[in-house]
Design a protein around this ligand. Structure first.
Ligand SMILES: Nc1ncnc2c1ncn2[C@@H]1O[C@H](COP(=O)(O)OP(=O)(O)OP(=O)(O)O)[C@@H](O)[C@H]1O
Ligand SMILES: Nc1ccn([C@H]2C[C@H](O)[C@@H](COP(=O)(O)O)O2)c(=O)n1
Length: 248
């Protein structure tokens, strides 16, 4: 898509676009693209849970020791970049952007994401980042953005996709193929992680006022366009409301 920013549906949006959804639904890739198209910032909240997991493993903190992991989390300096063209994260000055994508982190991160004291700390940090970035406009994605982190966001979306579509996408990403062996190797990573994560947050059912986009049968570009259309529609509804209020 090479439409100039000003001509995009949704161009000129300011505020928060909140996006949730299960693993492999396309949140990260779609949100980065939407942010780039609209000239907005991008917040990957999953990267923050991954960074805390990296730090706990690096320092030998037992992930089942919830108070210890929460204490570690509270003490960490997390620097997360919100440029959609160059997302990155550092823990106490160490760049962990690549390290947090390792499978050892993906396999362990749910133990950290289901620690409610860690969640309280990271949610507060995420809300502070959104408060700073919303003047420019920001797309934030995760599991609890529409419901907990930014329930007042101007645009709230749930990206979903059939389990089989999500597993196939992840298999192609990790193994370059979605043959039977790759699907089998990927299954647990998607399904087990979602099952664990959904014990503390609901990212499978759209909350009131949240627009659901089922991406199962859509190409990547179609999903990006669908999100941009929702943003444009929201802007139009708000503008109409403001005009109506002025006329009264
Ligand atoms: N509509 C689509 N059709 C096909 N592939 C897609 C689509 N959307 C995203 N993808 C691809 O699927 C893979 C998973 O997407 P992505 O990482 O954005 O998902 P996610 O929801 O952020 O997952 P997680 O929460 O586990 O990080 C990526 O390789 C991405 O390029
Ligand atoms: N707002 C969020 C964001 C992420 N998580 C959990 C879910 C995952 O297990 C983990 C990493 O997320 P990913 O990078 O795969 O999107 O963090 C969460 O609970 N809440």
């Amino acid at each position: 898509m090479s439409t100039p920013e000003a001509a995009q549906p949704g161009a000129g949006f300011r505020g928060v676009i909140a996006v949730d959804g299960p693993s492999g639904s396309g949140k990260s890739s779609v949100c980065r693209a939407v942010a780039r198209h609209l000239g907005l910032r991008y917040l990957d909240t999953g990267a923050m849970y991954r960074a805390v997991t990296w730090a706990a493993l690096d320092r030998g903190v037992d992930l089942t020791d919830r108070p210890a992991v929460a204490a570690l989390c509270r003490a960490l300096v997390l620097d997360i970049a919100t440029d959609p063209g160059a997302p990155g994260i550092a823990v106490d000055g160490v760049d962990v952007t690549g390290a947090i994508r390792q499978s050892r982190i993906s396999e362990s991160v749910s133990a950290v994401a289901t620690n409610l004291d860690v969640r309280a700390d990271l949610i507060a940090r995420q809300q502070a980042i959104l408060a700073e970035e919303k003047g420019t406009g920001v797309v934030a994605e995760g599991r609890d953005i529409t419901t907990v982190v930014a329930p007042e966001a101007e645009v709230r979306l749930l990206l979903t996709a059939d389990e089989s579509a999500r597993i196939a996408r992840r298999a192609r990403e990790l193994h370059g193929t979605d043959d039977a062996a790759a699907l089998a190797a990927t299954h647990a990573q998607v399904v087990t992680r979602d099952a664990r994560d959904s014990t503390v947050v609901d990212f499978l059912v759209a909350a009131d006022g949240v627009v659901e986009i089922d991406t199962s049968a859509l190409t990547f570009d179609q999903v990006v366009d669908a999100v941009l259309d929702v943003v444009a529609e929201t802007r139009k509804t708000r503008a109409d409301r403001t005009a109506g209020a002025r006329a009264r």
